[in-house]
Design a protein around this ligand. Structure first.
Ligand SMILES: Cc1cc2nc3c(=O)[nH]c(=O)nc-3n(C[C@H](O)[C@H](O)[C@H](O)COP(=O)(O)OP(=O)(O)OC[C@H]3O[C@@H](n4cnc5c(N)ncnc54)[C@H](O)[C@@H]3O)c2cc1C
Length: 384
């Protein structure tokens, strides 16, 4: 449905790719999303098609078999995928963060070993910071890695590992020096193959608990090699910055879809002798929704473009993530209200969006954490 077509400047290549993804989403994702969501099924068929379209290697350089595109184009693609079903963009999300970590910090050997198979989607990546006892306070992690000959022995429990069950590789943060002061200087990122899973929970895309018990990780799988020891926290935080652009794009996508549904429903549903879209209260809602969607998209593209241009984008990525995830929830809620009682029915797509939108307020740093990041960066840039 071409209502409220997104405004954003696109190159011819970006136009062609986003159009292709939109057609794929309209034809293959939206028609199956309700069924797979309600039955908690992993969308294997859709993932196979995504592999064929090259969507697991969007930013991976061509020499490793990827498309070698920039963050801006990636954000545009993620918006389109999320417009269809955010679980689909969730399958790409941690994979993208893992490939970014390898591209930016991996040794040549690590790039050669993992990137070609990641570009095709043959192996997919998960990204693991959180533990049962913490999410925001990453420096408090308790998973330990102890060197033993050529291996590192890892013990600990990780929580909420999105794609953990079906991923081929997990980028895992562990404490390699528990006495380091400050603690972040004693953390290392390990490239692990998912260990035996003790518990799991899943809804389309799964988020699992992973238990590492005397798991042996060869030194060649320390991200960045010997230089990477003690630098894991810095690497992961760097990756979260691009991850924030990614989550912002997901917020824009889900909000865009909610707006489309509201525009359609409000012109079809009649009360008091006219379509509800002709009541001013509903029109005002639509006006606010469309304004928020466009503003969130522009913030997201600005953050992505700055990063692509090699400029600082920490503050801008935080703003985009904060705003787009918050308006994602608000716009979806307004569309839900516009649907009246039917918004509550599983027969209507808005019901799924209403359940999905709040996730974006949490992943890649909650809104409170974004505000802390934005506040800190603002003061750094405007020091008196
Ligand atoms: C579906 C799903 C998928 C996820 N996938 C992943 C994944 O793939 N990998 C991964 O590592 N993690 C993942 N997470 C975990 C996610 O990153 C954390 O849930 C998130 O960072 C918040 O951490 P927490 O849940 O421990 O909340 P807490 O950190 O305990 O925070 C609880 C509340 O306190 C607030 N708060 C915390 N500290 C402060 C402060 N200093 N000032 C003010 N307020 C504060 C928070 O904003 C929040 O409102 C996932 C979570 C979910 C729900």
């Amino acid at each position: 449905m071409a209502v409220a077509a997104p405004y954003a400047e696109k190159t011819d290549e970006q136009q062609a790719i986003t159009e292709m993804v939109r057609q794929f989403v309209d034809g293959e994702v939206i028609p199956i999303a309700e069924e797979y969501d309600h039955e908690d099924k992993f969308p294997e068929g859709v993932v196979e098609q995504m592999k064929e379209l090259g969507l697991f290697g969007v930013m991976i350089p061509e020499e490793y078999g990827g498309m070698g595109l920039d963050l801006t184009t990636y954000a545009m693609i993620v918006e389109e995928l999320s417009r269809g079903w955010i679980s689909i963009s969730g399958i790409v999300n941690t994979h993208f963060i893992g490939s970014y970590l390898l591209m930016k910090f991996g040794t040549d050997d690590q790039k050669d070993r993992f990137l070609p198979r990641m570009a095709t989607g043959e192996i997919r990546a998960a990204f693991s910071l959180s533990e049962p006892g913490l999410g925001s306070d990453v420096q408090a992690i308790s998973t330990r890695a102890k060197q033993d000959g050529d291996d590192w022995v890892i013990n600990g429990t990780k929580m909420w590992v999105t794609n953990g069950l079906l991923s081929g590789v997990v980028f895992l943060l562990a404490k390699s020096d528990p006495d380091a002061d400050p603690p972040y200087k004693g953390m290392t990122c390990f490239i692990t193959i998912p260990p035996k899973i003790k518990k799991m929970g899943y809804k389309g895309v799964e988020s699992t608990e992973l238990v590492y018990e005397d798991y042996r990780c060869p030194a060649q799988n320390v991200l960045g090699g010997s230089e990477g020891v003690g630098n894991g926290f810095r690497y992961m935080m760097d990756a979260l910055e691009v991850g924030r652009v990614n989550v912002a794009a997901r917020g824009v996508g889900i909000a865009q879809r909610a707006l489309e549904l509201a525009l359609r429903y409000s012109q079809e549903r009649r009360t008091f002798g006219k379509p509800i879209a002709q009541h001013q209260a509903i029109q005002f809602k639509l006006a606010d929704m469309a304004t928020k969607v466009d503003a969130a998209r522009l913030l997201t593209l600005r953050a992505a473009r700055l990063k692509d241009a090699g400029q600082r984008s920490d503050l801008e990525a935080g703003m985009a993530k904060l705003f787009a995830s918050e308006i994602g929830k608000e716009v979806v809620e307004d569309a839900f209200r516009i649907h009246g009682g039917y918004g509550y029915s599983k027969e209507y797509e808005i019901e799924r969006l209403y359940r999905d939108a709040p996730l974006l307020l949490i992943g890649e740093g909650t809104s409170e954490i974004q505000r802390m990041v934005i506040g800190k960066k603002l003061l750094e840039r405007h020091r008196v």
